[in-house]
Design a protein. Structure first.
Length: 381
């Protein structure tokens, strides 16, 4: 019974490793891609610093680097946890193999002692004792079975030792990889903290600098124009090949949509005047202050039309709904969906972030009908 349990635990551990192998390979590919993107962003930042570009150019490059560094740290944490689970599975397998090896060694030792004490009963001796031929043949058959069992036991003993040694070597490699992951994660977390502090100082300059703020407004206007272009492009695709949406009639949901995130509206829809500079700015949606990494949910079912990154708005998800309606979610920290994916109402599509924001973590949320932006507060519950 104990042998069966040990073999079962070994099989479970092996199944765990095989099950997680594809995910581990994909994670490593994702990590490599993020590392390449991050190195490119850091190179651009250094080039802009050398050229002494304006404050917003440097801020945009810095925000991009922060975003990629944060993603790298997140992926490193996930990889570290998976590596820890693989190490735990390997350790369990080693423990099971050690127990099996110990049982095999004890069994083999008992057989050696038995053979030493009693030896093998000779065929001739059995006949001399007057034992019937039938019983002699039965005994010989049993003896052959015992010899074969001894040979199997010895092979199992050798194989178990070899497997145990291989698992111990694999565990050492896993520990070395874990050490490297922890070191890289620590470096990137320290870099992320330093860059965030640098970004905070830059944001304060933008808040106090009229010219920088005016350029910021221009960036937001350019971002709005780009959003209109993305929506127009998607509308053309729908005209040429209409796709079914998860929502039968988005227009009927006016005043009934759930909020995309729980928080406080800090800037409403429409035109407003900056309290310090007197600049008139148009907000195409609403800004909702929420905790960093709070879940952001789709307000209605639909299709992910685009995922992009813009200066002054950070990571963006554009979602298409029935009847030419669109919802926009910006300043996201993480994005959990892919372009073309069908999403249900209430499904988490990402998390609240602060990239591109002058007010800290928030969600900027918009609703469009074709290329006309609508007041979200008239649509939300």
């Amino acid at each position: 019974m104990k042998t069966g349990l040990a073999c079962g635990s070994s099989a479970v551990a092996l199944a765990f490793l095989l099950l997680h192998a594809p995910a581990a390979c994909q994670t490593m590919r994702d990590l490599d891609q993020i590392r390449r993107d991050l190195e490119q962003a850091r190179l651009q930042l250094r080039q802009q610093q050398v050229r002494e570009r304006n404050l917003l150019d440097e801020l945009a490059a810095l925000e991009r680097e922060i975003d990629l560094t944060r993603r790298l740290v997140t992926e490193l944490r996930v990889t570290e946890e998976r590596q820890r689970q693989r190490m735990h599975a390997t350790e369990k397998q080693i423990a099971a193999l050690e127990q099996r090896l110990e049982r095999l060694q004890r069994a083999y030792a008992r057989r050696v002692v038995s053979l030493y004490k009693y030896g093998r009963v000779r065929d001739l001796e059995l006949l001399v004792r007057g034992i019937s031929l039938h019983k002699v043949l039965v005994w010989l058959k049993l003896e052959r079975m015992l010899v074969e069992q001894d040979q199997r036991l010895l092979r199992q003993l050798i194989e178990s030792r070899q497997r145990l040694e291989a698992e111990r070597k694999r565990l050492e490699l896993q520990k070395a990889e874990q050490t490297q992951l922890l070191a890289e994660k620590s470096r990137e977390e320290a870099e992320l903290l330093r860059r965030k502090q640098e970004r905070a100082a830059m944001l304060e300059k933008v808040r106090q600098d009229r010219e920088a703020y005016a350029r910021r407004v221009q960036e937001l206007e350019a971002a709005a124009a780009e959003m209109r272009r993305l929506i127009g492009k998607d509308l053309e695709k729908q005209t040429s090949s209409p796709a079914r949406s998860a929502v039968a009639d988005f227009a009927s949901l006016r005043g009934k949509l759930p909020w995309p995130v729980q928080g406080e509206v800090i800037q409403g829809f429409g035109r407003f005047k900056h309290p310090k500079f007197g600049t008139v700015v148009e907000n195409l949606g609403i800004d909702i202050r929420a905790p960093m990494n709070a879940p952001v949910r789709a307000v209605a079912g639909g299709r992910i039309s685009a995922i992009t990154w813009q200066r002054a708005r950070g990571n963006i998800v554009l979602m298409a709904h029935d009847g030419g309606y669109y919802t926009v979610y910006t300043h996201l920290a993480d994005i959990y969906v892919n372009v073309g994916q069908e999403v249900e109402a209430g499904e988490v599509i990402g998390t609240v972030g602060d990239t591109g924001s002058l007010e800290g973590p928030k969600l900027h949320f918009e609703i469009w009908h074709n290329t006309e932006n609508l007041n979200p507060e008239l649509w939300l519950q």
